[in-house]
Design a protein around this ligand. Structure first.
Ligand code: B12
Length: 477
């Protein structure tokens, strides 16, 4: 079976809480989940699949048609967030126009939330929910061996399939994968050089994952309270060495909170130092999961930035968001991080339900006081099936389950909704612009950034970002 792993052209993506106005200069992240699934498939079957990442490769819809005629795939596999479901459906239409026998399989965070709704969409043949590596391989090998009518399909946990147009969603796979047994993502199928991000400072960037799951309770995140697992430090370092050999010198760990298992992380840092691996990397962490020892080890092994979810300056909103952190912990962690010589990125949130305008600007004041290298002010958005979304439905702030309606019937006119009763979307967007302006136009901030310029590439990255900040809305997570 000829498999094509596809990241579709961005034709209909929903504008998110961080506007896409700057998309062009933002750079592109690799689709790590799809690369993991591709690697597992390749190792298990010995077949080399094709991987096309349309946005960075500049593949338009008409280019895609041409490529499909050349490749002639039997199955096209795409990974979707809710925000690019429409892109995937548009691509599916194009693919089926080219050859109606092509089977479409979707996986990713949207499918994990809405397997049945996604499978019920007319152009979709299969959905995979949960960790997709073995499930996708089982699907394709079953189809190869027994054909599309095979009864064995019903035994594959985490799979949704169709029989005579009727959707059948199997039970979820409850057994979690041993991460050390997985092959590294199939990076050899893509051009590493095409990935970059706006604050990349000119290095060759790629993503990596050392852990899966997050035990924290943040109500705005659908990964909350999920089982936390980690790869062994040796296993991660082996992948890092492979990446470094390929010319990657800037890694972003996409882990939700890599600092949960400190012992393992310390071992990773030690190994990087002992083996003399020259690396720059950034991670995301909760402020209450770092200490002096871990920060020093991170710094020694090349960690140059930590992304902290600081969210808001107002304790009652921190509580509302079930963040489980205090402002004291925020201040302590930020101070310790700076002392360790690591930069940090502050994710802030405005437009939280019941938040006042003054409180939103208190959040900017907090960001200024903490002095991060970068701050991003997102508008609080109840993402699908999050606790926050359900809480707001219960409170009557949201009157009906519009995300589920979208999942069942995704139409291009769908607009993301913000839910602070006292503000229109336009006024929240204006406040968001004002927050960024207040933060980035501080003379001390500008001077500090100029003083820290390390190279021509670094300088260009900063000028590019500075120009965008002063002329437009910001999007650079
Ligand atoms: C890195 C990341 C990004 C990166 C890069 C995204 C990219 N290119 O993939 C950036 C920063 C660009 C980003 C942006 C956004 N993100 Co984001 N992001 C993540 C993050 C932290 C990690 C994703 C990742 O690489 N995981 C590692 C891989 C291995 O896991 P995975 O993708 O889940 O894949 C596994 C399975 O899902 C499955 N699978 C996945 N795809 C497929 C496909 C097939 C065919 C099969 C069979 C299986 C399969 O198998 C994989 C291996 O087990 C997740 C949080 C998380 N924990 O997932 C949020 C997350 C995906 N993001 C989210 C959101 C909301 C956003 C934004 C809207 C936020 C914003 N700032 O406004 C934007 C959207 C931009 C847009 N318009 O598209 C949400 C999505 C929720 C949803 N309903 O879809 C998540 C889940 C965070 C959260 N908890 O709320 N994001």
């Amino acid at each position: 079976m000829k498999i094509l792993f596809l990241v579709p052209p961005e034709t209909h993506s929903i504008e998110s809480s961080v506007p896409k106005a700057l998309e062009g200069g933002k750079g592109y992240y690799p689709k790590l989940g799809l690369l993991y699934v591709a690697a597992y498939y390749e190792r298990a079957t010995g077949d080399t699949p094709v991987f096309i990442d349309c946005p960075p490769e500049n593949v338009t819809v008409s280019d895609l048609r041409r490529r499909i005629r050349e490749i002639k795939p039997d199955m096209v596999a795409m990974s979707i967030m809710t925000f690019n479901l429409l892109d995937a459906l548009h691509a599916a239409r194009v693919l089926k126009q080219e050859d109606q026998n092509i089977k479409i399989c979707l996986g990713g965070s949207h499918v994990n939330l809405y397997p049945e709704e996604t499978l019920n969409l007319p152009l979709i043949d299969y959905v995979v929910f949960g960790e997709g590596e073995p499930i996708f391989t089982q699907l394709t090998t079953t189809l190869d061996a027994e054909g599309p009518e095979s009864d064995s399909l019903k035994n594959i946990r985490g799979l949704g399939w169709k029989r005579d147009g009727i959707a059948c969603v199997n039970p979820k796979e409850t057994q979690l994968l041993d991460l050390d047994t997985l092959p590294n993502p199939a990076r050899h199928l893509v051009d590493i050089g095409q990935y970059a991000h706006i604050i990349g400072e000119g290095r060759q960037f790629f993503t990596i994952q050392a852990t899966r799951g997050c035990p924290a309770t943040c109500s705005f995140c659908d990964i909350r309270k999920t089982a936390f697992r980690t790869r062994s430090a040796e296993n991660v370092v082996a992948e890092v060495e492979e990446l470094v050999a390929q010319g990657v010198d800037d890694l972003f760990f996409v882990d939700d909170t890599i600092t949960i298992n400190k012992k393992n992380l310390l071992h990773f840092c030690d190994l990087i130092v002992k083996r003399g691996i020259k690396l720059n990397y950034k991670i995301s962490a909760r402020v209450d999961t770092v200490n002096e020892e871990i920060l020093r080890a991170l710094k020694r092994s090349g960690c140059y930035r930590i992304h902290y979810g600081i969210e808001t300056a107002t304790p009652r909103h921190l509580k509302y968001l079930q963040k489980g952190q205090t402002l004291e912990k925020v201040e302590r962690a930020c101070k310790m991080t700076r002392r360790a010589g690591i930069g940090f990125f502050a994710y802030m949130m405005i437009g939280i339900p019941h938040e006042t305008r003054r409180e939103m600007f208190d959040t900017v004041a907090l960001a200024k006081q903490l002095k991060p290298d970068y701050a991003q002010f997102s508008i609080c958005t109840p993402y699908p099936k999050t606790e926050l979304y359900f809480q707001m439905l219960k409170e009557g702030i949201i009157t009906h389950d519009y995300w589920q309606e979208f999942a069942k019937n995704p139409t291009p006119d769908f607009k993301i909704k913000f839910w602070n009763r006292h503000f229109t979307e336009e006024s929240l967007r204006q406040i968001q612009d004002e927050c960024h302006a207040r933060f980035y136009r501080q003379p001390t901030y500008i001077m500090k950034q100029i003083a820290k310029v390390r190279s021509w590439e670094d300088f260009s990255a900063k000028v590019r970002m500075g120009t965008k900040i002063l002329t437009s809305r910001l999007s650079f997570s």
